[in-house]
Design a protein around this ligand. Structure first.
Ligand code: AMP
Ligand code: MN
Ligand code: MN
Ligand code: MN
Length: 279
């Protein structure tokens, strides 16, 4: 049987719609054979996902998606095959989690100023004490309360940079995030390189710093990439000798156009990240 990899997805531990066990079941249904759960800045869902994967015979990798600020710009670094009990990693993410909690309050306060109340309680109720609130949760709230028609409109009118409920945030440094992943025995992978609205020259500058910090991979195929984006990401992988990863960034079944495991093949001549993971 051929292998189907999906190494980037979200559960209710952050901004996904499915619980870790539901997500794993869906991955199996969709024919995925190696799967990583990569919630935003938390390892909270991993134990449940691991257990479910074991029961269903799915090869599971512990993962995370860390929020990083580099040159005033936010990047996402996926850690694959991390030890979720690594103290250095856990201490590191505790810091980002505190930043997220404070930001959640600030976003809610900014929405209050726009006469939108009740956001804080709603998003906190949804994630519980241990989950991570992201701007997606606020977008869902704004749609549910009919302030906007779509999540995209929620970002465009309230949550995106420069909009009234945007909170400028300093996340982990690049060096910190990569070091935490490496100390946890994982492989650090730049998530969705074409989603940062950066010129290629800035992306190259970032990747130079990423390599120097110990980063080893880059997502070449993601759920939303067109062939040109795959091609440009593959060029970056070759130029910087980074291993190539593939992951849907699946969040919810409600986005019918994006499914677990339905990913284009990696272009020829790249080192797949699973070669570094021995799986
Ligand atoms: P945060 O890390 O809290 O800033 O939230 C980031 C999450 O919000 C991403 O992982 C996406 O799931 C979602 N997101 C970011 N930008 C957009 C956008 N323009 N439209 C829809 N969802 C977005
Ligand atoms: Mn997300
Ligand atoms: Mn991301
Ligand atoms: Mn993601």
């Amino acid at each position: 049987m051929s292998s189907v990899y999906d190494l980037h997805a979200h559960s209710t531990a952050s901004d996904g719609a499915l619980s870790p066990a539901e997500l794993v079941a869906r991955a199996v249904q969709q024919g995925v054979t190696t799967f990583a759960l990569t919630d935003h800045d938390t390892v909270y869902g991993l134990a449940e996902a691991q257990q479910a994967a074991q029961e269903l015979g799915l090869h599971f990798l512990n993962g995370i998606e860390l929020s990083v600020t580099w040159n005033h710009h936010c990047f996402h670094i996926v850690g694959l095959n991390i030890d979720p009990n690594c103290a250095t990693l856990l201490n590191g993410i505790a810091k980002i989690q505190q930043i997220r909690r404070e930001r959640t309050q600030k976003i809610a306060q900014l929405l209050e100023k726009k006469h939108i109340s009740g956001a804080y309680q709603t998003v906190m109720d949804r994630v519980g004490e241990k989950g991570m609130v992201t701007r997606s949760h606020f977008a869902d709230f704004l749609v549910a309360q009919h302030y906007v028609d779509t999540e995209q409109e929620a970002f465009d009118r309230y949550l995106a940079q420069g909009k009234p409920a945007f909170v400028s945030t300093t996340w982990a440094t690049l060096e910190e995030a990569v070091a935490w992943i490496n100390q946890a025995g994982g492989v650090a992978v730049l998530a969705h390189p074409m989603r940062y609205k950066l010129t290629m020259s800035w992306l190259r500058r970032f990747l130079t710093a990423f390599k120097a910090s110990g980063g080893r991979g880059i997502e070449v195929v993601t759920g939303r990439y067109n062939p040109d984006e795959v091609h440009r990401s593959a060029e970056l992988a070759r130029y910087f000798s980074l291993a190539a990863s593939t992951g849907s960034d699946f969040h919810s079944p409600k986005y019918g156009w994006l499914e677990l495991g339905k990913l284009a093949a990696l272009p020829e001549g790249l080192v797949p990240v699973w070669d570094l993971l021995s799986c």
